[in-house]
Design a protein around this ligand. Structure first.
Ligand SMILES: NC(=O)c1ccc[n+]([C@@H]2O[C@H](COP(=O)([O-])OP(=O)(O)OC[C@H]3O[C@@H](n4cnc5c(N)ncnc54)[C@H](O)[C@@H]3O)[C@@H](O)[C@H]2O)c1
Length: 346
């Protein structure tokens, strides 16, 4: 493809705006040509900021526009599967935010459509493109720390989302921890076989009344023998806490949080520094740009996308197993999830 990739955006909320800005200001190989949101005002505001020439009335209008090569699906999770199916039907290449859906049958329906249409689909596991986590991946893949034994991921939000979001999110494992399940697979480069999750409500009883948990520790077993822990909480009073550590036979590698500056303030009372970058828009800004660069590059150069539909599916299987483990207070093997799906057609 010699010309610029024409891109349409569906959904102009928090993440739609982040992606629009990435394309508009950092990716000259792509051009934003239209944006749609059920709240027209949200679409208009992003269009104005990112100089997008057209605000479409509906997502369908974007999908039917033959001048558009690729779409970014940034609307709420419960709209993703249908939009992926429709976008594939119209021959669009697709970048879809995580997760594609909360159930495996919906995901499989979407992946089938993508497969039949032979379009590209990349899923929004942006953290893989964060330079810190990429360095951990390189250290493991190159053998720099020997054979990996233990993985620890700490992933805590600065504060819980609104209860309305909690109710429709699919729950903490499918909405929040899913990034960490993907990160675990990405870093260890192997499949999880069993999970054991201990979870509860420690932050806000309203979250419990909405049927969700806000604090969890999940123990992962990998096929290659590595053990992992993922520590999630919806609220860390000091801000967004995103770290990983891997211990291997020849050493360890660890990442720190990202700070707005490196200044250290020393007084007679204490030595201190400013808090880490507060939430995903700031902390992962670079990774959001990098993931879209990779998507545009894959489409323009007709190369494989770096995060696939199979990756999207695998993380949902782990999340469903973690949810089941928490509900039944026992370790759950991942094959149980596919057996349940096969038996009940869920
Ligand atoms: N990768 C990440 O780090 C990350 C971060 C945040 C959100 N997300 C994902 O992105 C998705 C959106 O989350 P958000 O936080 O931006 O939500 P949001 O509520 O801020 O934005 C969603 C927008 O989509 C619009 N919308 C709803 N239905 C629509 C439709 N049918 N067509 C067009 N627009 C529609 C809404 O009006 C809203 O403006 C979710 O699936 C979420 O899991 C991913």
């Amino acid at each position: 493809m010699s010309r610029r990739l024409n891109v349409g955006i569906i959904g102009a909320g928090r993440i739609g705006k982040v992606h629009a800005e990435a394309i508009a200001f950092s990716i000259p190989e792509a051009a934003l040509v239209a944006i749609a949101d059920v709240q027209a005002e949200a679409a208009r505001a992003v269009a104005e900021r990112c100089r997008i020439p057209r605000v479409a009335a509906t997502a369908d209008e974007i999908l039917r526009d033959s001048s558009i090569d690729a779409v970014l699906i940034c609307s709420p999770t419960d709209t993703h599967a249908d939009l992926v199916v429709e976008a594939a039907r119209f021959g669009k290449h697709i970048f879809c935010e995580k997760p594609i859906a909360l159930s495996l049958d919906q995901i499989d329906r979407a992946l089938d459509a993508v497969d039949k249409a032979q379009v590209k689909l990349q899923v929004g596991f942006n953290r893989r493109f964060d330079p810190n986590f990429m360095r951990v991946r390189v250290a493991i893949a190159s053998g720099e720390i020997g054979t990996p034994h233990l993985l620890h991921i700490i992933s805590r939000d600065p504060g819980p989302p609104p209860i309305s979001y909690v109710r429709s999110s699919g729950g903490m494992f499918l909405d929040m921890a899913i990034h960490d399940f993907d990160m675990a697979r990405f870093l260890i480069d192997d499949e999880v076989t069993q999970v054991y999750a201990a979870a509860g409500v420690r932050v806000d009883p309203e979250i419990g009344r909405a049927g969700d948990v806000d604090t969890a520790v999940t123990v992962l077993h990998f096929a290659n023998g590595v053990f992992g822990t993922i520590d999630n909480c919806r609220k860390a009073s000091y801000g967004y806490d995103q770290r990983a550590e891997v211990l291997g036979s020849a050493g360890a590698i660890a990442t720190e949080n990202v700070f707005p500056n490196r200044a250290v303030i020393s007084t007679a009372e204490a030595v201190r520094r400013d808090l880490p970058l507060n939430f995903f828009m700031e902390r992962y800004a670079e990774s959001f740009r990098n993931e879209l660069h990779a998507f545009v590059d894959a489409v323009v150069g007709d190369k494989p996308v770096p995060v696939t539909g199979a990756d999207a599916r695998a993380s949902v299987v782990i999340a469903l197993a973690a949810q089941k483990s928490h509900e039944e207070r026992r370790p759950v093997r991942l094959e149980e999830i596919s057996q349940v799906i096969a038996a009940t057609g869920l």
